[in-house]
Design a protein around this ligand. Structure first.
Ligand SMILES: [Zn+2]
Length: 288
């Protein structure tokens, strides 16, 4: 390469270096939305678990770093066992909203509704006075009237905290009716319940809020479904987003999962998108 060629290449390189910032400037100026960072739509993630399997591979500091990367301002956290929630809360008490999960181990999942030792355990944990909810617990149709769920309603009422249920439609209907003075958060919008059913339940139960983790039907191919959109506009104060870090791979994917949420949240009027992104969570769990 001759000196002349080299200087021409150098000039082109210098030009390219200038061109990049110019392009960014023009893009921001012409299309203000194009350069929005994650931090422009901070999220309240209403479905985070920090289960035992995560503790070693993802110490509390590393877990909080993932929240940072994913643009999560605050998170509702529960864990099996509950000590995981305490560890994360101790790391970032201003960002972690703790709820007590009734499962001392996975074995409790299938038997807890009739196990009085679970009620005693949750009653004792709540003495700490830091928890804002009981959950996430799993409940099927017909179980809401079992002794332990009834006990949870009474505890939630006494402590002024929320119930977070992975419920089928019958169970959420029963629980919301049973717990009239208590706020109930419905995990995954019932997982496979139709938009019409979610609407009917929200209309009927003013104490019900809906969390939207693992619902690919909301925005197939990244485009907000019209029926969901209409429901978000009808009840803009009643929805929250969530990741559901039930296994470690969900922790790894958290930034990607929440980027998917932002994509459809931005297809809503900004005031509605911001409520579902963060505002509703902040109002349900206003800092104490
Ligand atoms: Zn969960």
């Amino acid at each position: 390469m001759s000196t002349g060629q080299r200087s021409r290449v150098g000039a082109r390189k210098a030009g390219a270096r200038l061109l990049v910032p110019m392009t960014v400037l023009f893009t921001v100026w012409l299309f203000p939305g194009a350069a929005r960072a994650e931090s422009d739509l901070p999220l309240f993630d209403a479905h985070v678990h920090y289960n035992r399997e995560a503790w070693e591979v993802l110490p509390p500091e590393a877990a909080i770093t993932i929240l940072d990367r994913a643009g999560v301002a605050r998170a509702l956290v529960s864990s099996t066992p509950d000590d995981g929630t305490l560890r994360l809360w101790e790391q970032a008490p201003d960002r972690i909203v703790p709820e007590v999960r009734p499962y001392r181990s996975r074995n409790d999942m299938g038997t807890w509704t009739k196990d009085s030792s679970v009620l005693a355990y949750v009653t004792e944990r709540l003495q700490r006075g830091i928890y804002r909810g009981i959950g996430e617990f799993h409940l099927s149709g017909g179980e809401a009237n079992d002794p332990v769920p009834r006990g949870f309603v009474e505890l939630a009422s006494r402590h002024g905290i929320l119930l977070h249920c992975h419920c089928d439609e019958k169970a959420i209907e029963d629980l919301a009716s049973l717990a009239k003075g208590v706020r109930v958060l419905w995990a995954h919008a019932g997982m496979d319940s139709s938009v019409q059913t979610v609407e009917k339940l929200l209309d009927a139960h003013p104490n019900l809020w809906v969390e939207l983790s693992i619902r690919s039907d909301i925005s197939p191919g990244g485009v907000l479904d019209p029926a969901w959109r209409a429901l978000f506009l009808k009840h803009p104060d009643r929805f929250l987003v969530g990741t559901d870090t039930w296994i470690n791979s969900q922790w790894e994917r958290m930034p990607e999962i929440l980027a998917g949420f932002r994509k459809w949240l931005r297809q809503l009027p900004p005031a509605v998108g911001e409520k579902i992104a963060r505002g509703n969570g902040d109002r349900l769990f206003s800092p104490r």
